[in-house]
Write a protein that binds this ligand. Structure first.
Ligand code: CUA
Length: 401
């Protein structure tokens, strides 16, 4: 094959590749893109990225054009004499030292400026949220309101949120790409990050991720951010502050499942925020079982659940190893965003969480289920729960809105 043929062929491959990338890039909405920020912090970082990309592209194109020109213009030809040999050129060396120095100034000034902005303290009056990374879920506390929740946060658009980031175990990283900013969540250290969601996104859901490899279920350590109006946020907080309504209802009127505060309407949740993880094969649940929330409360309170989970309003449930379940019924997802919060998934989750999400602390609870961590079968003697008991717990938890 002649050299020019090969070149032409390579060029056509490159053209097809670039075209494919362009088509993919323009194809549809990208719900997890960090290049489309909706906060002040996100835009600062985006500005810096665009500046670096622009300067880098200019330098790249100039260098490549000169390089390719020189390669072809001065390539070795037949019967050519050895060209005159030179050593050094002071003028040239001064030029290629000064030009990069000037370019670096245009990079360094905005970089340092952005570093100062992103490291500054949040403005007074910001909404504080304490974030604790766990293997493999997110604990969220609103210290100003006394609210504890997990894997899902509501924040009012237009108000600055100040995240206080800590880890209960290994290093994680807190990142909701569309809101901008990614910050590590480090053991024995408190990191901060703040941003103000645009007022224009007051009715949206955003995906969040753990962005630092933290073990077997790192990919299953997700969260959701709901950006809502101030009124909706106040209403949500008011609801979340209340103890579990079902717990209160045990001795009072049966108001099980009554929604206390604002909850983002499920039908308005965009598809990208709904989990689509498949159920592991071999995991089955007796069809057609109806749970009873009153019975579920009893089973929950007399089983291993209370050792790890807290439910405000259920004085027996005080555990802190797992997510706080006070208003678990109001959440969109379970298992740190891995599955939808629906009875069918919740039942399988309680039955064999370790089969649903690798290597987690939550034990396998279904009787006769195989625990993939302990590598034994769960029996009634070790506290295994029947499908009916699990259905009852599901009814109880689902009622905790
Ligand atoms: Cu937590 Cu990766």
């Amino acid at each position: 094959m002649k050299g020019s043929d090969r070149l032409r062929r390579l060029a056509s491959y490159a053209f097809v590749a670039v075209l494919a990338m362009a088509v993919v890039a323009c194809n549809e909405a990208h719900p997890n893109s960090t290049l489309d920020p909706h906060t002040d912090l996100g835009r600062e970082i985006d500005f810096l990225w665009n500046r670096l990309l622009l300067l880098g592209t200019i330098v790249f194109v100039l260098v490549e054009v000169v390089l390719i020109y020189v390669v072809f213009r001065y390539r070795r030809r037949e019967n050519q004499e050895m060209p005159p040999q030179t050593h050094g050129s002071t003028r040239l060396e001064i030029a290629w030292t000064l030009i990069p120095a000037v370019i670096l100034v245009f990079i360094a000034v905005p970089t340092v400026r952005t570093i100062f902005i992103t490291q500054a303290h949040a403005a007074p009056g910001s909404l504080n949220i304490e974030v604790t990374g766990h293997q493999w879920w997110w604990e969220f506390r609103y210290p100003d309101y006394g609210v504890t929740t997990a894997n899902e946060i509501y924040i009012p658009a237009g108000r600055t949120v100040n995240f206080r980031l800590r880890s209960a175990d290994v290093i994680h990283s807190f990142w909701a790409p569309e809101l901008g900013g990614k910050r590590d969540v480090v053991t024995n250290r408190t990191n901060y990050m703040w941003y103000t969601p645009d007022s224009s996104i007051s009715s949206n859901v955003w995906n969040g991720f753990c962005a630092e490899y933290c073990g077997a279920s790192h990919a299953n350590m997700r969260f959701r951010v709901f950006t809502v109006t101030r009124q909706q946020f106040e209403s949500w907080v008011a609801g979340q502050k209340l103890p579990a309504r079902f717990g209160a209802a045990v001795s009072a009127a049966p108001t099980a499942g009554t929604q206390s505060g604002y909850i983002f309407p499920r039908e308005q949740v965009p598809d990208y925020a709904v989990p689509h993880s498949p159920i592991p094969s071999g995991l089955k649940f007796t069809p057609g079982l109806t749970g009873n929330a009153q019975r579920g409360l009893k089973v929950f309170t007399s089983s291993a659940c209370i050792g790890c989970h807290a439910i405000a309003g259920n004085p027996m449930a005080m555990g802190t190893t797992g997510p706080n379940l006070t208003h678990v019924g109001s959440r969109l997802t379970i298992a740190a965003g891995r599955f939808p919060n629906a009875a069918a998934y919740l039942a399988l989750w309680i039955k064999n969480a370790r089969a649903m999400k690798p290597e987690i602390i939550m034990p396998t609870l279904g009787v006769d289920e195989y625990d993939p961590v302990l590598k034994t079968k769960v029996t009634a003697a070790t506290g295994g729960l029947t499908d009916q008991q699990i259905a009852d717990i599901v009814a109880y938890l689902t009622a905790l809105k």
